[in-house]
Design a protein around this ligand. Structure first.
Ligand SMILES: [Zn+2]
Ligand SMILES: [Zn+2]
Length: 126
């Protein structure tokens, strides 16, 4: 099951919702493949014996916007975390936030006012 994370700025009220984690179909290789256009990632998934897929939050290094990014973890001999996402500004996303604690301690700078944005789990999806 995935969860819905609402990230809200405590200063200006700017809020965004993200559907992250894993949905029911995110174990199906053919469904997961549709989330990636990068052939390097598609090939890695095709060859992988042990993998998992989840949606995470990425941050654009240029405009500091957050976006939901597809993340593929490969657990074969060589462990890899692969992602393939581009921000609206055209920049490739390379910073993916660690969701080990469901982002409980997440604090992000608000792209609108520079205030502090905090994350709360506000629901579930599958
Ligand atoms: Zn950007
Ligand atoms: Zn703000």
């Amino acid at each position: 099951m995935g969860y819905i994370l609402t990230v809200r700025c405590e200063d200006c009220g700017n809020a965004e919702e993200f559907y992250i984690g894993q949905g029911m179909k995110d174990w199906d290789k053919n469904v997961v493949l549709t989330n990636f256009t990068d052939n390097r990632v598609r090939k890695a998934l095709d060859k992988a014996e042990s993998w998992s897929f989840r949606w995470k939050i990425g941050v654009c290094d240029d405009c500091k916007k957050f976006l939901r990014v597809p993340v593929l973890d490969i657990f074969d001999k060589e462990k890899k975390e692969l992602t393939d996402a581009t921000c609206q500004c055209g920049r490739q996303i390379t910073s993916v936030l660690d969701d080990s604690d469901e982002y409980k301690n997440l604090q992000l700078a608000c792209p609108k006012c520079g205030g502090v944005m905090k994350a709360h789990t506000t629901g579930f999806w599958d």
